[in-house]
Ligand binder design. Structure first.
Ligand code: HEM
Length: 281
């Protein structure tokens, strides 16, 4: 018998439809929590976009942190293969995050101002998912812990990451283990302090780049780190630029000067010697 309907898909009889006692898609993903967590404070249509772009970014930031922590562990164990795999994933996550600014750019200055006051002093500056990433990558700054003092669990997690070796610190230990000459004082430096570029590190990378066949894994790792910084900087740039487009030079809800403050972050490099060596080659 032919089906009487056109442009219609008939259900196959094997498809599961009874979830009274069975775990469904929504149960597994806890969608009743995730999809009820959008609670606009105003009656403005565009506030939903604003909330969802932040929440989805936070999920991607969480995944990037999860992957970067794994990359650090893999490198500590000398497992380059798995480290490369997750670092490549992190790069794609950053690209995904950067793309999302194009959606936010459809928010006009006028429409944003209609609900901006409702945000009070809340700001992405207080994003611990983001701060965790910055610390894992090596942008250490203990002053940034202050905004998390009201939440002891998050504060202690961030504080542990601030004090632990970053992705770059672990990489530098590998350089030393492979016989490249890195200043001992630099390897033993206080990991909670901002990273400062070092001549012995620069020379070690130059050796790697000049003899890539001999140091192939290190060479590949270095280029993957450059990929990560490249994609992360694009996120920083698009954030700053989108903010400029939406609020001009107004101060931020978090209390900073706004765009001027965000621009300064663009000067911070996670792996400064990897960029400097390009001049020296
Ligand atoms: C209308 C949209 C947005 C505006 C106007 C805006 C504005 C700002 C401003 C002015 C700052 C500096 C701190 C302050 O004084 O508040 C900031 C920081 C920050 N924002 Fe946004 N933002 C927007 C969207 C987003 C989104 C979608 C995210 C995604 C998670 C985000 C994440 C962050 C982060 C992580 C920081 C800290 C950056 C750093 O420490 O360098 N922002 N934002």
């Amino acid at each position: 018998m032919t089906c009487p309907h056109h442009n219609y898909r008939e259900l196959e009889k094997e498809i599961h439809t009874d979830f009274k006692d069975d775990m469904s898609y929504g149960d597994y993903l806890q969608l009743s929590q995730v999809l009820t967590a959008q609670k606009p404070l105003s009656d403005q249509h565009d506030e939903m976009l604003f909330i969802i772009i932040h929440q989805s970014s936070e999920l991607w930031l969480k995944l990037a942190g999860h992957e970067l922590s794994a990359a650090i562990e893999n490198l500590k164990n000398g497992d380059f293969g798995h480290a490369f795999k997750v670092i490549s994933r992190v790069k794609q996550i950053f690209n995904q995050l950067t793309q999302s600014w194009n959606i936010l750019s459809t928010l006009t200055p006028v429409d944003y101002l209609k609900f901006r006051d409702a945000l009070g002093h809340s700001s992405g500056f207080q994003s611990y998912g983001y701060r965790k990433l910055e610390f894992l990558l090596g942008n250490k700054n203990n002053e940034l812990l202050k905004v998390h003092e009201s939440d002891p669990v998050i504060h202690s997690e961030l504080s542990a990451i601030l004090n632990a070796p970053s992705l770059y610190d672990v990489t530098l230990s590998i350089l030393a283990k492979q016989g490249l000459n890195i200043d001992e004082g630099h390897l033993q430096r206080d990991k909670s302090q901002p990273y400062e570029k070092n001549e012995s590190v620069l020379n070690a990378w130059l050796e790697v780049y000049k003899d890539a066949d001999k140091y192939f894994e290190l060479y590949e790792l270095a280029e993957k780190l450059v990929d990560i910084e490249d994609s992360f900087q694009q996120w920083r740039f698009k954030h700053m630029y989108t903010v400029q487009r939406i609020i001009g030079n107004k101060t931020g809800t978090g209390g900073s000067s706004g765009v001027a403050f965000l621009k300064k972050a663009l000067d911070i490099s996670f792996f400064p010697e990897l960029f400097e060596l390009r001049t020296k080659l």
